[in-house]
Write a new protein. Structure first.
Length: 140
């Protein structure tokens, strides 16, 4: 019997996430909002999931849309609530933490910066030069 408990505790302690999440602070300034609802404070993210806080109560399995705006992304993403829990009540206002599994993966990578140009990178361009024609009086 002790062996089965060891297996269960080992399985429970293993990480169940399929991908690593990154803190929202790595995105810089982030604005996020539940479509048709309240603000959604993004805490961390992965290509196929979001995790954040909201004042809106969401049921597990609910379909939601979230508006995300960062320096490199402005999109409405859709997904399904996979975890929701009441984390506290402040001045009578409930606060929930939501985990959302997204329908489509998001490319969070920043857009490539334009290459810095320098004088050495310049390509020579042929510029036509006007050459004065000799007049008959100058030719003598």
């Amino acid at each position: 019997m002790p062996e089965s408990n060891d297996v269960l505790s080992q399985a429970a302690s293993e990480e169940r996430r399929a991908e690593l999440r990154a803190p929202a602070s790595t995105l810089g300034s982030v604005r996020s909002r539940l479509i048709g609802g309240t603000d959604f404070a993004l805490l961390n993210y992965a290509p196929t999931s979001l995790y954040g806080q909201s004042r809106s109560r969401m049921l597990v399995g609910a379909r939601i849309s979230v508006r995300l705006a960062t320096a490199t992304l402005d999109a409405i993403v859709r997904g399904r609530v996979v975890r929701a829990s009441l984390t506290g009540v402040t001045d009578g206002v409930p606060h929930y933490e939501l985990a959302v599994s997204l329908d489509d993966a998001i490319d969070w990578s920043p857009e490539p910066a334009p290459a810095a140009s320098s004088f050495l990178d310049a390509v020579p361009v042929a510029v036509p030069v006007a050459v004065p024609l000799a007049t008959p009086s100058q030719a003598e």
